[in-house]
Design a protein around this ligand. Structure first.
Ligand SMILES: O=C(O)c1cc(=O)[nH]c(=O)n1[C@@H]1O[C@H](COP(=O)(O)O)[C@@H](O)[C@H]1O
Length: 232
């Protein structure tokens, strides 16, 4: 029996005013919300607290990648907002991941702590340019093993690597997959993509979807159509 997938809408808007019209139409029982670098930088922690107060599960996607002490403190600041999930870059290394994990040790209800493996916008040639000779899937597997070994809750990867990670890390390890594109949707800067239907069939826990929803003429209708396709 595969787990049900939850769609997290990537609120990649310039500011809170631009994001509210869509949020007002969403039901916190039906989807989660992802706040990333653009909106967080513009709208700040108060905006995130407001989403949490409205009972939304919030994925605060700030992809921390810094020295261990800085990341540990940033992780605590994020957890203090009451968000459901946060992320750090696995390539920050073991000591940084341990510091992030330990920073949450005394929280009664800590957010899920997830490691970004290889960004879904990257392909083999992009990795080679930063000195990584492995294929993306191999590098994802390598970093997922590191993250799981340290005790993180899961990883961000592309849906193309989901089956492999489930086999290596077990089905309780949380998979978060951006790069989701309905058939016919524009790929944009994403490189390792999959349709929502295919991703949901694999039992991926969190499907992150941005532009196919936020840039649709009717974003709420686009989300509803995607959700209908997951169960259909
Ligand atoms: O951590 C993320 O959320 C993330 C990791 C990754 O590897 N790729 C990726 O696209 N994301 C985020 O997922 C969202 C994808 O948005 P769309 O490409 O518009 O669906 C963006 O907000 C990205 O910042």
């Amino acid at each position: 029996m595969t787990q049900q997938s939850t769609v997290f809408v990537a609120l990649d808007y310039a500011n809170a005013e631009a994001a509210w019209p869509l949020i007002e139409q969403l039901n916190p029982e039906q989807c989660g919300l992802k706040v990333g670098k653009e909106l967080f930088t513009a709208a700040g922690p108060e905006f995130v607290r407001e989403l949490v107060a409205r009972d939304f599960r919030v994925f605060l996607d700030l992809k921390f990648h810094d020295i261990p002490t800085t990341v540990a403190k940033a992780v605590r600041a994020a957890a203090d907002l009451g968000v459901w999930m946060i992320n750090v870059h696995a390539s920050g290394g073991r000591r940084m991941l341990v510091a992030a994990r330990d920073a949450l040790a005394d929280y009664p209800n800590p957010p899920l702590l997830i490691a970004v493996t290889v960004l879904t916008s990257m392909e083999a040639s992009d990795l080679a340019e930063v000195g990584v000779q492995r294929q993306p899937a191999e590098q994802v597997k390598y970093l997922a093993a590191l993250a799981q070994g340290v005790g993180l809750d899961g990883v961000v990867c592309s849906a193309q690597e989901a089956a492999m990670i489930q086999q290596e890390c077990g089905k309780d390890f949380v998979l978060v997959t951006p790069g989701i594109r309905p058939a016919g949707a524009e790929q944009g800067d994403q490189r390792r993509v999959m349709t929502p239907e295919e991703a949901a069939k694999q039992g991926i826990q969190v499907l992150v979807i941005g532009r196919p929803i936020t840039q649709a003429d009717d974003p709420a209708a686009a989300l509803a159509a995607i959700q209908a396709s997951l169960t259909g």
